[in-house]
Ligand binder design. Structure first.
Ligand SMILES: NC(=O)c1ccc[n+]([C@@H]2O[C@H](COP(=O)([O-])OP(=O)(O)OC[C@H]3O[C@@H](n4cnc5c(N)ncnc54)[C@H](OP(=O)(O)O)[C@@H]3O)[C@@H](O)[C@H]2O)c1
Length: 339
């Protein structure tokens, strides 16, 4: 066995951000690397995920996941290679997915690690298209929104990890029309030219979101997959057909807000149109995992489903990757790759 390094680096939250996170709220610290200990494995992380939900965990509020502790390492999904094992069933060289990201070396209790097959897909795919964001798209569209063939589907954040998969799954499963919104012309082009969306618009420069959606969906929408909230949700409510269904997956437009958003201002349309707006959390849909992997691996192999990843190199750039994600600097899954 190769000798373990004496130390490794990890990101700590050192102050709770108010509004947009600042570099001073975080610290990259060097800590000793210990032997795994009984029932644990030591993993050298190759990639870790930065995700919008982590912004919520930086606040000291009660939520569905506990807040990050100050002066402790942050966590989140990561993939890497086992470099020492004191746990049955895991050997040095195994590739694993686990929950102790934001660090170079992770001492992971074996029950929280899952072996992944790096010959089936690149390791990073287990953080995105075949991982948490992929399952969110799959469950949120097929289960929460009760998508059915012939539905017209609108998805916001459509060039991101979840959104790009939602739109393509809807197309693959026979949506009558797929519409997406994104924050740059390049992203909009990607949606229609590569991912097969029927229409897409730039919510930053194209004028009123409500008007752009009406133009893109002249016959209205049946499903709205909400990653953004605010004005986007208001526009979707306005374009909904009777018995429309919304999956409320995320509201990223509000994650750094210090004041409540006024939109949506048209909630009353829910009554007359008999709409269903349903919140979702991916962890409630674990039972779908085997079917999700089977379906998505098949669509990737056939070329029907495409995906992008944005890699930020180096643990020292972890903070930049996270705020870059919130600013929209990613196309597809945002991933920090360790050297
Ligand atoms: N409920 C769940 O279980 C669950 C699980 C995973 C993710 N989510 C949610 O799903 C959403 C997407 O997550 P993801 O991991 O796939 O991230 P992502 O979409 O890959 O990245 C975030 C994207 O949000 C967009 N954005 C940022 N600020 C915005 C604003 N003010 N208005 C509109 N768009 C904005 C940016 O793209 P543009 O360039 O287009 O602005 C950015 O690329 C998030 O809201 C997240 O919280 C929920």
């Amino acid at each position: 066995m190769t000798a373990l390094p004496a130390s490794g680096r990890e990101w700590h939250l050192v102050a709770r951000p108010h509004g947009w996170p600042k570099a001073e709220d975080f610290a990259l610290r060097e800590v000793p690397v210990a032997e795994p200990g009984e029932g644990r494995i030591l993993v050298r992380n190759k990639h870790f995920s930065v995700d919008p939900y982590m912004r919520g965990r930086m606040n000291d509020v009660k939520s569905y996941t506990p807040p990050f502790k100050l002066d402790h390492p942050m966590d989140g999904a990561a993939v890497g290679e086992v470099v020492a094992s004191d746990a049955e069933g895991f050997a040095v060289g195994d590739q694993v997915l686990h929950g102790l990201g934001w660090r170079e070396y992770a001492r992971v209790p074996a029950q929280y690690a899952v072996k992944v097959d790096a010959s089936l897909a690149p390791l990073s795919a287990y953080l995105g298209v075949l991982g948490m964001t992929g399952l969110t798209a799959y469950a949120g569209l097929f289960e929460t929104a009760s998508f059915k063939e012939g539905d017209a589907v609108f998805v916001s954040g459509a060039a991101g990890a979840v959104g790009s998969q939602v739109g393509q799954l809807a197309r693959i499963k026979g949506a009558s029309r797929v519409i997406g919104s994104a924050g740059s012309d390049d992203k909009v082009k990607l949606l229609t030219e590569e991912y097969g969306f029927d229409a897409a618009f730039n919510y930053k420069t194209g004028g009123s979101i409500k008007e752009q959606l009406k133009q893109a969906a002249p016959d209205g929408i049946d499903v709205y997959f909400d990653n953004v909230g605010g004005e986007h949700l208001e526009a979707a409510l306005s374009s909904f057909n009777l018995h429309g269904r919304a999956t409320i997956c995320g509201m990223i437009s509000q994650y750094n807000s210090t004041e409540a958003t006024p939109a949506p201002r048209n909630l009353a349309v829910i009554i007359g149109k008999r709409l269903r707006l349903q919140g979702m959390l991916v962890n409630d849909h674990k039972a779908l995992q085997p079917q999700f992997v089977k379906d998505v691996a098949g669509w990737l192999a056939s070329g029907e489903l495409k995906y992008r990843e944005t890699f930020v190199e180096g643990i020292e750039n972890g903070y930049d990757a996270f705020v870059g994600l919130l600013r929209g600097e990613n196309t597809g899954k945002m991933i920090v790759t360790l050297n």
